[in-house]
Design a protein around this ligand. Structure first.
Ligand code: HSE
Length: 400
């Protein structure tokens, strides 16, 4: 098959941009060359010579010779402007910016259609795991029931290093930053926002449903405390930050990002450090499991490279599952079995939010409640100012 020649304009030369540059040099079979790289800071010392760089985005966007834009910058708003202009000028685009895609999904769909150009973003979700293309192509007819996974490398690294290696949270976060795993604003990782943006992409390609970031509830790992970490240890469990989406037979989708207790029978139990893991469950094939490095220069660059390669034979997402009548389930219909750790003051008030209480505990400092609670009530607890609490999921509870 004849591959297209790709002339690439690259935006961003951070960890992933540099990784891509290296990876492309090692892949000469692919007829793809970086013509120019646009970066922000003229003062910064870079690993390759100056003539490769520009500081003016229009030198790429207005160059008709450049048919492909690879966007790997950090700022989601600036990234959207670049991607939008590139698509409008008929250039194919590859991006790894999950926040940007999640915030502008509908508009990006429209632009692809209107200007008849592809936008690929495998690297935006779970880095080296080819999950988007699998959901899009492989699961286009089997009845997919759920997608559940660890989709953020930094938080998984922090959880592993604190629970198994005895590092402090701060030390583990610093390591994740030094290794190039974390976002520049690490609250995006630790607060579960990055995982939510990725989940939004998974929901779109798994179920054909486009939602907005605010529609998916997320709790990160930044509020976890000793009580729940010790509870996990005593019971032989691990706490993992899990992104979850499940469709019921009425086409209603339960979707959230929460820290979750996982036991040794769960495939996610052994997914440690920077690795991500995604379980799919579908009617015919039952459970399948994808695993791979979820962050870092080369794992992310490998997914960008795969998208570039796909563009060279004119691949594009067809979004075959879009326009279904499926939608997110209402918060009052979603019931979860959780452990809620709370301060002493709020113990009586928080108990009232539970439908069932299986266990509760109080010390001189704090306490916990284990039981069943609706997502609606969890959100009400989240809105309480001045309350000290955290929550870890055991499981989603089926109720009719
Ligand atoms: N900060 C992200 C993570 C980078 O840790 O997973 C990869 O998307």
């Amino acid at each position: 098959m004849n591959r297209k020649n790709l002339k690439i304009g690259l935006f961003g030369f951070g960890c992933v941009g540099y990784g891509l540059h290296e990876v492309l040099l090692k892949t000469p079979g692919l007829k793809a060359n970086i013509k120019l790289i646009c970066v922000k800071d003229p003062e910064k010392k870079r690993q390759i010579s100056e003539e490769h760089f520009t500081f003016d985005k229009n030198e790429i966007l207005e160059d008709e010779d450049i048919n492909t834009v690879v966007e790997l910058i950090d700022d989601a708003d600036a990234a959207f402007e670049i991607v939008k202009t590139a698509l409008m000028k008929g250039k194919s685009v590859v991006t790894a910016n999950k926040k940007m895609i999640a915030e502008h999904f509908s508009e990006l769909l429209q632009l692809q259609k209107q200007y008849n150009v592809p936008l690929l973003y495998e690297a935006a979700c779970c880095a080296s795991i080819p999950i988007i293309r699998n959901l899009e192509e492989y699961y286009d007819n089997d009845l997919l029931e759920s997608v559940e996974g660890i989709v953020n490398g930094s938080t998984n690294y922090i959880l592993t290093q604190t629970a198994d290696e005895g590092k402090s949270y701060e030390e583990a976060l610093k390591d994740a930053q030094n290794k190039g795993f974390a976002e520049s604003n690490p609250i995006l990782d630790t607060g579960g926002f990055d995982a939510k943006y990725k989940l939004l992409l998974l929901v779109a390609h798994a179920f054909g449903v486009i939602v907005k970031p605010n529609d998916i509830y997320n709790i990160g790992i930044n509020k976890l405390g000793i009580l729940e970490l010790n509870y996990a240890k005593e019971k032989g469990l691990k706490i993992k930050l899990v992104a979850f989406a499940e469709k019921n037979q009425e086409g209603q989708i339960t979707s959230f990002v929460l820290p979750k207790f996982v036991d040794k029978h769960d495939k996610l139990f052994a997914v440690d450090d920077v690795f991500n893991g995604v379980k799919t469950k579908s009617f015919f094939s039952d459970i399948q499991f994808f695993v791979g490095k979820g962050a870092g220069a080369y794992p992310t660059a490998s997914a960008v490279l795969s998208d570039i390669s796909a563009l060279s034979y004119d691949y594009r997402y067809e979004y075959k599952k879009l326009n279904t009548n499926d939608k997110l389930a209402s918060d009052e219909d979603i019931y979860l079995k959780v452990m809620l750790r709370h301060d002493l003051e709020h113990a009586p008030c928080f108990k009232k939010y539970f439908d069932e209480i299986h266990e509760s505990y109080l010390s001189n400092e704090n306490g916990y409640i284990i039981g069943i609670i609706s997502l609606k009530h969890i959100k009400e607890i989240s809105n309480k100012k001045n309350a000290e609490w955290s929550l870890v999921l055991f499981e989603v509870v089926k109720r009719n």
